[in-house]
Design a binder for this molecule. Structure first.
Ligand code: 5GP
Length: 182
């Protein structure tokens, strides 16, 4: 499986180091707060598991499963919540954990939808960000790595539901930045 990929976008060593840093930062920022870590599935599953273990502080875990309408790769901006949280977030400090922020539409939708439930605070942590592709200026409070516009797979991220189990992030050859085959 790994033969078809080029150079990793982020090596496993760099990933591990950065996630430890994020974990320390988040543990310190949320000291004394009521942190609930909300993973946005499916893409965030690998990052989430590593990040949660790097935050050495009390927290609750919960998950949302979302899909975007139309082509999976190209965000239409219409996000559908397929599976909701199991916890009540009212009065709690929510940290959304995303795989990647691209146009910003998914984050905007989720922050707006969850804010209606009156959490004490709501912030966003994304493993990856593509700032040059932003269509909406969303605030991403914690970013693992800023990357170029290339379409990446692995470490939870997919191409047509495949490659999520690749242990590192790689650029998928013959796929454009929208996730379409070239
Ligand atoms: P946004 O709503 O910010 O445009 O897009 C966020 C979602 O688009 C991500 O959660 C992810 O599912 C998908 N996405 C954006 N860029 C990439 C990419 O380079 N690779 C993969 N696999 N998915 C991406």
């Amino acid at each position: 499986m790994e033969k078809i990929f080029g150079r990793p976008v982020v090596t496993q060593e760099d990933m591990k180091r950065r996630i430890e840093e994020l974990g320390r930062q988040i543990a310190s920022d949320y000291a004394g707060k009521d942190l609930i870590l909300v993973g946005i599935l499916k893409g965030a599953f690998a990052f989430y598991a590593d990040l949660a273990r790097a935050i050495r502080a009390p927290l609750l875990v919960d998950f949302l499963i979302v899909t975007s309408y139309g082509s999976k790769a190209k965000t239409s901006g219409k996000v559908k919540m397929v599976t909701d949280l199991t916890e009540d977030i009212k009065g709690r400090d929510v940290l959304l954990v995303e795989d990647i922020v691209d146009s910003g539409l998914t984050v905007q939708y989720l922050v707006k939808a969850l804010s209606k439930r009156k959490p004490r605070s709501i912030k966003v942590c994304a493993l990856l960000s593509k700032p040059k592709r932003r269509r909406i200026a969303v605030k991403v409070d914690y970013v693992g790595f800023e990357i170029s516009n290339k379409y990446v797979v692995g470490y939870g991220l997919d191409y047509q539901q495949q490659y999520r189990n690749l242990p590192y992030l790689a650029v998928l050859d013959q796929v454009d930045e929208e996730g379409h085959k070239t």
